[in-house]
Design a protein around this ligand. Structure first.
Ligand SMILES: Nc1nc2c(c(=O)[nH]1)N[C@H]1C(S)=C(S)[C@@H](COP(=O)(O)O)O[C@H]1N2
Ligand SMILES: [Mo]
Length: 362
């Protein structure tokens, strides 16, 4: 039996959507991002432009482009309407994630992820429910070994794996966004309190020290000593590279450049500053130039209150004008180096110079 024009179109769409969905998981799953390494930007470009063009084509050309043979409704399986619905929703939330003010991004972060998950779940169900299972040609309800049917099962199984795999990440994003707007972990509303470890380090302020290993003048500051330093306040729009943003947040802290210079740092001799988190995993780095240009803070207050545990208590870096991943939380050690040592996300393909807008126009 040769494929009807409908099914030829159907499988062409399935292949395009498969590519968009897979690259989407490539953006969403830390393990996949790591695997993508330096090709990360390519994965994102394929996902964003692919999704945009495909969505526009489906919306704009409708029945002509989409496998939705309006002229012969009898040959149009009902599932195409569901697929159409998911594509439209993914397109709308995807556009909301790419452009628009912070509130659309905040909503779109969650809805785009949820629709993607439900969609993949639906695809799997659709493959299983619509592909006849039979051995031989006469007996129903048995497994067919016809290549196309077999392929369906393989795709279905393969699609399920990343979904199961990324459920914890999804739960983290959704709970961070929706459960009392982050109040559970004491986070400021709108923030997604990320962590790359299993939880938020619980740091005892009574024993905590910030180590600053200026060559020839290593110092250790207790939380109380730190709080006695001169402070400045910065009001910024906090922007995560994944799309969510919180506008007009104020941070109070110590001017990093002034502080390091006052402790004897020579930026010409050691032009790289390395930051370490007490979570034991997360790291960041900034060049003397970046520090001079962006004027980061070592912050201890967010919106006039001490940092909540989930947002870096007792101290975090705050780099105005750069994506959130530069603002390392639970900061406990600062080192100095001749050369750059890539930070946690930079090792996974994110730009070293993370100034806002540096990343695919976000
Ligand atoms: N130690 C540590 N610092 C971190 C992160 C992290 O996972 N661990 N996530 C970074 C990212 S990607 C962002 S967007 C911000 C999020 O800040 P928030 O936790 O206050 O929402 O923290 C940054 N600092
Ligand atoms: Mo981020």
């Amino acid at each position: 039996m040769s494929m009807s024009p409908f099914y030829r179109r159907h499988w062409r769409h399935a292949a395009i959507l498969g590519l968009i969905v897979l690259t989407g998981f490539g953006l969403f799953l830390p393990e996949w991002r790591k695997a993508a390494g330096n090709h990360f930007a390519l994965v994102q470009t394929i996902h964003e432009w692919g999704g945009l063009f495909y969505g526009l084509a489906v919306l704009g050309l409708g029945g002509m482009f989409y496998p939705w043979p309006t002229k012969s409704p009898a040959k149009s399986p009902g599932f195409t309407r569901w697929a159409y619905f998911f594509i439209v929703m993914l397109f709308i939330s995807g556009v909301g994630l790419l452009i628009g003010p912070s509130w659309t991004r905040s909503i779109a972060t969650v809805t785009h992820a949820i629709f993607a998950f439900v969609f993949v779940g639906w695809v799997v169900w659709h493959l299983v429910a619509h592909i006849p299972i039979r051995i031989g040609k006469k007996k129903p309800f048995t497994l067919s070994l016809a290549r196309r049917h077999f392929l369906g099962w393989v795709i279905g199984t393969a699609a399920t794996l990343p979904v199961l795999w990324s459920l914890p990440s999804l739960a983290k994003v959704v709970s961070g966004r929706t459960i009392q707007q982050g109040e559970v972990q004491g986070a400021l509303p709108g923030f997604v309190p990320y962590t790359v470890t299993n939880g938020y380090p619980a740091i005892d302020p009574a024993t905590y020290h910030l180590e600053v290993n200026v060559p020839g003048n290593s110092i250790r500051l207790s939380y109380e000593q730190f709080k006695a330093l001169p402070m400045i306040e910065r009001k910024i729009n906090f922007q995560c590279v994944t799309g969510w943003a919180v506008d007009g947040v104020s941070f109070l802290g110590v001017d990093l450049e002034k502080f390091l210079l006052s402790k004897g740092w020579d930026p010409k001799e050691k032009p790289w500053v390395l930051f370490y988190s007490a979570d034991g995993v997360y790291t960041e780095s900034l060049s003397a130039e970046q520090i001079h240009q962006y004027q980061p803070l070592i912050a201890w207050q967010i919106d006039h209150r001490p940092l909540p545990q989930s947002q870096g208590f007792p101290l975090r870096l705050l780099v105005p004008g750069m994506y959130g991943y530069k603002s390392i939380k639970w900061l406990y050690k600062i080192d100095f180096a001749d050369q750059d040592v890539l930070g946690y996300w930079e090792q996974r393909g994110y730009p070293e110079n993370a100034y806002l807008g540096s990343y695919n126009g976000l």
